[in-house]
Each structure stands twice: as C-alpha cells, then as structure tokens.
Design a protein around this ligand. Sequence first.
Ligand code: UD1
Length: 367
Amino acid sequence: MSRPIRILAVAGARPNFMKIAALLRELRARERFEVFLVHTGQHYDSAMSESFFAELGIAAPDANLGVGSGSHAEMTAEVLRRVEPLLAAQQPDALLVVGDVNSTIAAALAAVKLGIPVAHVEAGLRSFDRRMPEEINRVLTDAISEWLFVTEPSGEENLRREGVDARRIHLVGNVMIDTLLHHLEEARKRDTLSRLGLVRGRYAVLTLHRPSNVDDPARLRGLFEVLEALHEEIPVVFPVHPRTQAAIERGLEGRRPGLRLTEPLGYLDFLRLMADARLVLTDSGGIQEETTVLGVPCLTLRENTERPVTVSQGTNRIVGTDPATILAEARKILSGDAEPAGIPERWDGRAAARIADVLERDLGGRA
Ligand code: UD1
C-alpha cells in the first residue's frame, strides 16, 4: 500500500476558517490523505478564531504560529519566517491555502520556494482594484499556485486572461457554501433572534470592516449617518469587527453609533441572523456569496466586487458608499423590490469533494 498523500493546510483569519472546515472534513474522511493543519494566528481573539473551530467541528490546529497583528509587511513576514521550518520538517506533498488574507500569500510563498506545490482554493477572483490588500494577495497567490480551484466562471476567465494553463484551473464550486449548507439546519435552531430581541424578516444586518470604509473618519461618519437613518425604518443589527471597533473609537470620537451593536458573533449565530434578515448590508466578500445562497437581498457597500456571479445570478447589488444611494437602494428592498435570484453552478455542497478528487488524482501517483 502506498503512503498517504500529505497535505499541509493553512488558515489564519476568520474568513479562512469556514473554508478550511469543509476541506478538512472531506480530506480527513478519505483514507488516502493525511492532513496537518497550521493556524497562523493572524486572528487570535476567541470571538474571531477559537469559537469557529469549536462550532465548525475543526480539531485543534497541529501548530499555531502565533503571528498576531501588525502592519501588512510585519504579518506577512512573520508568517513566512515561522511557516518555513514547519514546511521543511513536514515535507508535505502539497500546501493547501484558501482565500486572500495575508496568511494565504505568505504560506504559499514559503512553500513554493521549498519546491512544495500550492493548491489555492478560491482562486481567480479579481476586483481589479489594487488598492485592496486582498487583491494583491489574490494575484500573487494565483501566480505561484499549481492548482487553481475556482468558485465561479469569472475566476476561470480571469486566470485564462492572465495566461494560466487551462489544465491548472478547476471550477469546483464554493467550499464556504459547502460549510453553510452543512450547518444551516443547526443554525436555524439557534435562539439568536430571541436573544437579540429580533423578529424574523423584520431587521437588517450590517457588517463593515474594509480599510477603505472604516479607516477614513469622514467616510465612516457619512456611512453611520445613513445607516442610523435606515435604523429608524428597520432595526439594523451590527456585529462589530475589532478593526471597526478601533476605527469607531477614533472616528466617532467616543460616540456610539445609533444601531443595534453586538460583539462579533459566532458562525452559527451569524448564519441564523443572515438567513432570517430582510436585508444585509456589507463590505465583506464572503457575505455576498452566503446571502446569494440564502436568497436574502444584499447591498454591498463597495465600488466593485471580485464575486460578480453574486450580482449576475444572486441577490447582490453593488451600491458604493454614497449615503443617498445606499438609503434609496435599501428602501427599494424594504418596499418589496427584489429580483428573483438563482444559485451559481456547483454551489451545491460538493466543492471540497471535487477538490479532493483532483488532488487525489494528481498526487496519488507521487505519494
Ligand atoms: C483580515 C483580512 C480580510 C478579511 C478580514 C476578516 C488581510 C489582508 N485581510 O482583515 O481579507 O476580510 O480579516 O476579518 O489579511 N484584531 C483583533 N483580534 C483578532 C484579529 C484582529 O483585535 O483576533 C484586530 C487587529 O489588532 C487589527 C484589526 O483587528 O487592529 C485588523 O485585523 P487584521 O487581521 O489586520 O485585518 P482585517 O482587517 O481583520
């Protein structure tokens, strides 16, 4: 019997955990694979990290690099420095990375220099806005990855345009949606709404953390003005990301926004909250996809999206950050103007299985 295929998987920040969860479940269920999980420690608060491991049923990481916060260069450099000896010691057949955070590019770069091939899950997404740190991380990670696992057709097109060999591109669906579908029933049983004093279908959910929205005090004040106006019409629940908490303290000079503020929520509570919302307003990437699958209208408070299928097929509208436009679009939804939406191809809960099939086919002979 040949030896197992050894995969070293890396996760670092909140949006990575729901993606890696689906992959770990699939790979660890297959005898052919042996997986070593590394947490970089980019996100470290219990509410941003540990609670996700518990709720998503991810076993504790085999190693934690403990990099913590810092500037982009510091974070990236620390992951690079600390992951290299681990990769050298483990000698995996492949490195598995997800998404577009600093941990993703750093781990990929360390691996490829050691001759370890990289599998990038959620490859090919492009906002075409190079001021976004995540866009740089996406472009660079894709450029050095051997397997490019793509969630939507735009990803395939982008990679082909960048000259990537079609044999390396695999449209497999969306591992984050695998996790959503796996946990939806459980989430629907949570008492989240009664705990927060909300009524099904009669509240909006807001998330905000992009540097472009929260780091500039004037823009942040403008956004809160319009969101507070909306809150007069429908309760707006706002779980506050740590970056945003810090920005609010600076930008609003101690004033608390007049919205229903909560701590960052765990995965299941947040899923329940989204599933029963009348409307979601966000600048997150993943939430645009999750609302599409849940059939909940989503207004994206950004000028662009790297996930265009959520607009062409899903419930997402890109509304920018102009206060009057946001309010007008939100009111349209409240008055019942929502287009029927569909679910993108292969967002069916089987993306991780497709990825495992490809890795098993390509690495089975080497191991
Ligand atoms: C990162 C990702 C972004 C992702 C987001 C989700 C990059 C470039 N960006 O951005 O793509 O959408 O995570 O959350 O990797 N902090 C805590 N506790 C934590 C983690 C962070 O207090 O557990 C604080 C940090 O001290 C820092 C701030 O939150 O001040 C921002 O965290 P950071 O990881 O730098 O980036 P995000 O803005 O969260």
